[in-house]
Design a protein around this ligand. Structure first.
Ligand SMILES: Cc1cc2nc3c(=O)[nH]c(=O)nc-3n(C[C@H](O)[C@H](O)[C@H](O)COP(=O)(O)OP(=O)(O)OC[C@H]3O[C@@H](n4cnc5c(N)ncnc54)[C@H](O)[C@@H]3O)c2cc1C
Length: 455
């Protein structure tokens, strides 16, 4: 059996590793446009902040590591077309490569901003591939920029604003929505914004780029839609992504309305000789109970591993769905979220109650206690937990506390059931009632008050 994988990142490499484990005799070939396979693009903001000194330390595994376990690689090679009838791929190196099973891990394409693309400026960057990161880091080291504009305040934009501020680059972050970080409830977006502002990042919401031009010394002059003008040494565009499903589309594989590759829970496309995983595919959402588009590295690894199992003829493990669990470090603070936001839950027909509390991360008498801000969203009719958000210092471990909430959501628990969970306690580390349980108890109290006042 010959399994060919298009894409050498999280999904593609996870698939390849699983095949190697389960079917040592299968031939596994990864074809990727990148020069660097199995590279952690998620780590790039910390390279650009200067916290990680060496680009190469972001390799999960080097090409040599992969080849040593029998995974063949074709780097810097684009797959141009899939001939499904003859099971052959056409590549940019003019080769025709046969496959028995094909796995597509083609990821995303960044959304582009024509007003800046049209400048063809060496000072304008997107941050998507290892090559993008290498080019940006080389620019920062050689040109020593003193000012930057980051366009788009999703997680990549926020991480890049933090990175530049850490590197003492004067940074402006703009966002077209009326709040930064759209996955956060407004209360939490304000906290993220305050953390960035405190470190000198200037932020404009409800703001886009009206006009852009380039100076003779390659600075970028931008007029914003709020009529402000600025001249910066560097621009990073992070305005979102779209599934890279060109190849699948061209060969007639079914796509979703959002253009993502349609797969079943075994990651099989509409052609069962072709599997797909990661950011290129649509994703089952466990609360919405339907497919949506939620591209994340955590999901790409899991889906890739399942595609690898299915390619190895092990149909035992199905993808169980996503909850949109996400964490974001903002300097010494962390924002964490899982599940729905209140607006989204209303659109889905729930009758949501959103409450927010603050609690100490551990017993206040033990030195170093810090506040955790925590919200719970639940359905008033059924009591079902719908979403949790948290914000606190890194030391408050909200990045792991959110995972308890994710398990509760995964298990379709009610808010009341969370109060009964057997969670750990030791005064330097927690409280007899974890902040999550304090919030759950408060949610129950307020929902009872609302119920009684409506009778
Ligand atoms: C700066 C940054 C920070 C991030 N941080 C996080 C984080 O903290 N947590 C998190 O969960 N996620 C994070 N992500 C998202 C995460 O990186 C992606 O979800 C994940 O990489 C998706 O993996 P993938 O394999 O599906 O696709 P990609 O990583 O997009 O890889 C696609 C691969 O396909 C190749 N390819 C595409 N088309 C072809 C073709 N025709 N021929 C050959 N090769 C092709 C590409 O070269 C590439 O190797 C971050 C992303 C970025 C950019």
């Amino acid at each position: 059996m010959k399994v060919v994988i298009v894409g050498g990142s999280d999904a593609g490499v996870s698939a390849a590793l699983r095949i190697r484990e389960l079917q040592p005799n299968f031939e596994v070939l990864i074809i990727t446009k990148d020069s660097y396979p199995n590279f952690s693009v998620c780590g790039l903001p910390y390279l650009h902040s200067g916290e990680i000194g060496d680009f190469r330390s972001l390799f999960h595994r080097t090409p040599q590591d992969l080849e040593a376990i029998g995974i063949k690689l074709k780097l810097d090679t684009e797959v141009l077309a899939i001939d499904r009838t003859n099971k052959v791929l056409a590549t940019s190196s003019a080769e025709h490569i046969p496959y028995d099973t094909l796995i597509l891990g083609t990821g995303v394409l960044p959304r582009r901003l024509a007003v800046l693309d049209d400048l063809h400026s060496p000072s304008v960057f997107y941050l998507h591939s290892p090559g993008d990161g290498e080019a940006l880091e080389s620019f920062i080291r050689t040109k020593q920029p003193r000012s930057a504009l980051v366009i788009g305040a999703g997680y990549i934009g926020v991480e890049m604003a933090e990175a530049f501020a850490t590197r003492a680059i004067k940074t402006c972050l703009i966002e077209q929505n009326n709040q930064i970080f759209p996955s956060a409830e407004a209360e939490f977006a304000t906290r993220i914004q305050d953390a960035l502002t405190l470190k000198g990042v200037s932020i404009h919401t409800s703001c886009g780029v009206e006009k852009a031009s380039q100076t003779v010394d390659n600075k970028v002059r931008v007029t914003l839609t709020n009529e402000e003008s600025l001249e910066v040494d560097l621009v990073v565009i992070a305005i979102g992504v779209q599934p890279n499903s060109k190849l699948a589309k061209a060969t007639g594989i079914e796509l979703s309305a959002q253009g993502a590759i349609v797969v079943d829970s075994y990651m099989r496309t509409s052609d069962h000789s072709i599997l797909a995983a990661g950011d290129a595919v649509h994703t089952f959402h466990r609360i919405l109970e339907r497919f949506t588009y939620l591209p994340l590295g955590s999901t790409a690894h899991k889906q890739g591993a399942i595609a690898g199992e299915v390619a190895s003829l092990h149909l035992t493990h199905q993808f169980k769905g996503s909850l949109g669990t996400q964490v974001l470090k903002v300097f010494e603070n962390v924002f964490a979220t899982t599940g729905l936001k209140r607006g989204q839950s209303r659109q889905e027909g729930y009758d949501p109650l959103f409450i927010e509390i603050e609690a100490d991360d551990h017993k206040a008498y033990y030195p170093g206690a810090n506040k955790i801000y925590l919200s719970i969203l639940g359905d008033k009719i059924t009591g079902r937990l719908l979403g949790v958000q948290m914000y606190g210092k890194v030391a408050t471990a909200v990045q792991k506390r959110i995972d308890v909430a994710a398990v509760a959501l995964y298990s379709r628990m009610t808010v009341a059931e969370m109060v009964d969970l057997d969670l750990s306690y030791n005064p330097p580390l927690g409280s007899p009632w974890d902040p999550l349980q304090v919030a759950a108890a408060e949610w129950i109290r307020r929902s009872q008050v609302q119920r009684e006042s409506s009778i």
